[in-house]
Structure formats: structure tokens, C-alpha cells
Ligand binder design. Structure first.
Ligand SMILES: [Zn+2]
Length: 474
């Protein structure tokens, strides 16, 4: 675990005036937040809790009588508020913008937004997304597929006091030759066309420091291709890395589990999960990431592009950066795009955002897996068209709750489980002595309804407390 020295402590809860705020800066590295109802991420809560943070780390957490308050500490009174660990988005992509400019395979708008420029910009400017995530209460993200530069973000973000923790898998292995968003300078997709290609890619990415090796598509009915996956999976084991698989049918998901997959992304969508699947997932200690809202996100972005309905950005704290807003606000410039045939437009017209947002099959499987003890994580797939970095976490959590998962369980799923899935469970994800001081302060009780995560006022990342509506430059 790395430790961060705070230079300036912004603590607007305690600052009654600018003067008292300035006076308290730089005097101490110890912050105490007291009086709130604290959910620790392990499923327990403390009424009238005390959290003492020192040099970015939780030094004590407990009831009023359990932690002594050092003399020189900055004390924040959070009476009547609610605290949880920082949220974890266990599935996002830094190379993607939340519009089609980074997904030419879905709709090619290269003539307006050249893909090479888009990707170069994404590479240079992760901070705008770091800000959006922190503003939304997300203090750790897992990029489960991108160019190899995404792997470098892990260290950069770790050493950046104003960034969430980042884990990244880097390029994906795929059976699809010459996939459409290959770039000459770098690739998102590596063609898995032999055992040797699989083994070499695993070695290469593991040596770069990737967290996880992701397979984009499992072809359960193709024994030749599955033998490549097996060879790669053995190498993953040797390298001490872990396997991530994109699987949307029961057959694919089981084949992925038989090869030791630790993180399954996207739901089983074609049928009900069965006992065999559940047993495999439990044996493997696999995390299941349902990505419930990303599919309809595409539809909403397409509707905006077709000029059917403007894309609605729900963002009272101003977490979404201007560039992303502009992309979505000007989407209708593509209403005459060759992909926007009359057929496509009439199908887009039929979509009802009230009833068509998530599929019943996905919800049913999620509930069964959660009830069976399979560990579930929140992952938005942000960066895909219509799924915004940061703020989309609320939609995803609400969709998961609508499967019938209790809000208390959702707190654990959105914090502890996510941290574990990115192999950082020892460092953060719960509020415990010795872990990073990553937490959020809310006005309303998230154990009553996970929607109350939207009542966030502050995020603490690595010990620095920030008022969320002041994080993103307006
Ligand atoms: Zn994804």
C-alpha cells in the first residue's frame, strides 16, 4: 500500500467561514469525522460513529467511546449524515468517451471526430474522468479493456492525490480477426489465433503490470479456439494474473468459469442460470458484473443522434465535464448518418425508457446469483455510448436494486466487492483501521434506498475531503 502526504486539506464541512478554513489548513494531518451513521462496507453500521484519518489512512473507526480524538486534529461534525466507503466502479473504459466517436464499430463518425485524435485525447486527459468519478463518489475504478496505455494509469492515479485508484487490464484477446477498432499505433484487441499468441499476450500484458487478462468472447462451441483459451488461462495462472471474460450466454459463461475466470462481465442474458453455473462460480470465487444499463445507454445515445429525443444528463452536482456534455448535446448532427435508416429510426422510436431500460432475464439471474452467495459487483461499462463516466453508477446501482437486492447488500456490493474484484480488498473498499481513507458523505440514508447515494455532498479520497460540487471546473 502506498501512502500519500496531504499538503492541503480541504474540509468544507467544518469551514464555517473562509478564515477559519484557512487557519485550519496545514496545521495537522489528522482529520476526525464524527456524529454520522457509518456503514463500514462489511455489512455493519455504527450510529454516531467516529472516523480518525491520519496521513490518508484510517487510524481509528468506531463508536464515540472507541476512538480518542487527538488534540491537534481537525474535527468535522457530520451529525445527521451518512457515511459509506467510496464507491467502486468495477467496469469502465478510459479510452471511450460515452459517445460513438470512440466506437466506430457501432457508428462510424470518423469524418467529424477522427478516431486517432479521439484516442490521443483520451490518453492525455484522464483527469477529467478522475474528477467525474470523485464527484460521483467513486474512489476506485477498474478499466477492464483498453489500449496498453491504460495499464500505465494504475501507477499515475495511485500517485495522484486527486484521482481514484485504478486497475486496468489493457488489450483484450479476441477470436475476431481485424476487429474494427484496431489502431496501427496501439490495439484494443489482440487476435487470439493460436496457443502461442495467447501465451505471449498473457506474458506481455502481465509484464506490463496488467490487472487481469480479458477475453472478449468465449466460443464454447469452437474446440480449437477454446484450446487457445486454455493455454492462455494456464499462463495467466503461472503469471499470478487473473482471467476476465465477456460472456452473455450460459454456455459461454460456464466455459469461462471452467477456465478459472475470476471476473465475469455482462449478464447471462439468454436463459436462467443453473446449479452448475452457481457451483462453478462459488468454487472459483468469481465476481459477477451484470452491466445492466449499458445496453439501453446505446439506445439512448442513438435516439439523441437520430434527433428523436435529447440525451438527458442527470447531474445536479456538475460532475460531467464540458467536452462530454457537448458531444451528447450535439449528437443530432448525425441524424442523416447512413446507419440511421428508416428501419433503425422506427425501432429507436419504439424504445420506452421507463420500461425498456433493463431486461427481466438479467434481473432474474442477478437476484438468483446474489441469493446463492455468488459475489456481485457494480460495474457500469462507462465510456460506452450513453453510459457516462462517474454519474452512471447511480443508474446501475438502482437497476441492481430493482432486481430485489436489499439496499444494505447493495452498499457492500458497491464498495467491498468491487475493491476485491480489482484485487485491492486489503487496501480499500471497507472502512477499517489501516485502509485508505476513502469515503463519501451523504444527506440521506443509503440503507433505506440505494438511490440515496445521489444525496452525496463530499468525497474523501486518500484522506483529502472534497465538496463534490466543487470538484469539476465549471
Ligand atoms: Zn466493457
Amino acid at each position: 500500500m502506498s501512502f500519500f502526504k496531504k499538503t492541503v486539506l480541504i474540509s468544507l464541512v467544518a469551514c464555517l467561514s473562509a478564515i477559519s478554513c484557512l487557519q485550519s489548513q496545514n496545521e495537522t494531518d489528522v482529520t476526525v469525522i464524527k456524529g454520522a451513521t457509518v456503514f463500514d462496507g462489511n455489512g455493519s453500521s455504527i450510529a454516531d460513529g467516529v472516523i480518525v484519518t491520519k496521513d490518508g489512512i484510517i487510524d481509528c473507526i468506531g463508536e464515540k467511546s472507541g476512538c480518542s480524538i487527538p488534540n491537534n486534529s481537525k474535527v468535522i461534525d457530520a451529525k445527521g449524515k451518512f457515511i459509506t466507503p467510496g464507491l467502486v466502479d468495477a467496469h469502465m473504459h478510459f479510452f471511450q468517451t460515452a459517445f460513438f466517436d470512440s466506437r466506430p464499430d457501432a457508428m462510424d463518425i470518423n469524418s467529424v471526430y477522427p478516431i486517432s485524435e479521439v484516442i490521443a485525447y483520451q490518453r492525455r486527459n484522464p483527469q477529467r474522468y478522475y474528477d467525474s468519478y470523485l464527484c460521483s463518489g467513486v474512489t476506485a475504478v477498474y478499466d477492464v479493456g483498453g489500449m496498453s496505455w491504460s495499464i500505465d494509469l494504475q501507477k499515475q492515479a495511485e500517485n495522484n492525490p486527486k484521482a481514484p485508484h485504478v486497475a486496468a487490464a489493457g488489450p483484450l484477446l479476441t477470436p475476431v480477426p481485424g476487429a474494427p477498432f484496431d489502431l496501427p499505433s496501439d490495439k484494443v484487441l489482440v487476435h487470439l489465433n493460436s496457443k502461442e499468441a495467447g501465451v505471449k499476450t498473457v506474458q506481455y500484458l502481465s509484464d506490463l503490470g496488467s490487472t487481469g487478462i480479458k477475453f472478449w468472447q468465449i466460443r464454447a462451441n469452437d474446440p480449437e479456439y477454446m484450446s487457445y483459451i486454455e493455454a492462455a488461462a494456464e499462463e495467466i495462472e503461472k503469471k499470478g494474473n487473473m482471467m476476465i471474460a465477456h460472456a452473455t450466454t450460459l454456455e459461454q459463461a460456464k466455459a469461462a468459469l471452467r477456465n478459472g475466470t475470476k471476473l465475469l462481465v455482462h449478464s447471462v442474458e439468454n436463459t436462467d442460470v443453473d446449479e452448475e453455473f452457481i457451483e462453478l462460480a462459488l468454487q472459483n470465487e468469481t465476481y459477477y458484473n451484470p452491466t445492466l444499463i449499458v445496453g439501453s445507454g446505446y439506445t439512448l445515445a442513438r435516439r439523441a443522434a437520430a434527433d428523436i429525443e435529447a440525451f438527458e444528463i442527470v447531474d445536479p452536482n456538475g460532475c460531467v465535464d464540458q467536452k462530454t456534455r457537448t458531444l451528447l448535446e450535439t449528437a443530432s448532427q448525425f441524424k442523416d448518418h447512413p446507419r440511421m435508416t428508416e428501419n433503425v429510426k422506427s425501432r429507436l422510436m419504439e424504445f420506452d425508457s421507463e420500461t425498456d431500460r433493463v431486461s427481466e432475464q438479467q434481473l432474474r439471474n442477478l437476484k438468483r446469483l446474489h441469493d446463492s452467495g455468488v459475489k456481485v459487483v457494480v460495474g457500469t461499462d462507462a465510456g460506452n455510448p450513453g453510459t457516462l463516466h462517474g454519474v452512471s453508477i447511480y443508474d446501475e446501482m438502482e437497476a441492481m436494486q430493482s432486481a430485489g437486492i436489499s439496499p444494505e447488500d447493495m452498499i457492500v456490493i458497491a464498495t467491498k466487492n468491487g475493491a476485491e474484484s480489482m484485487r485491492r480488498g486489503d487496501d480499500f473498499g471497507t472502512l477499517e483501521k489501516g485502509k485508505f481513507a476513502n469515503l463519501i458523505i451523504l444527506n440521506s440514508d443509503p440503507s433505506q434506498d440505494i438511490s440515496n447515494m445521489r444525496s452525496i455532498t463530499h468525497t474523501m479520497i486518500k484522506g483529502t475531503l472534497m465538496k463534490v460540487d466543487e470538484i469539476v471546473e465549471k
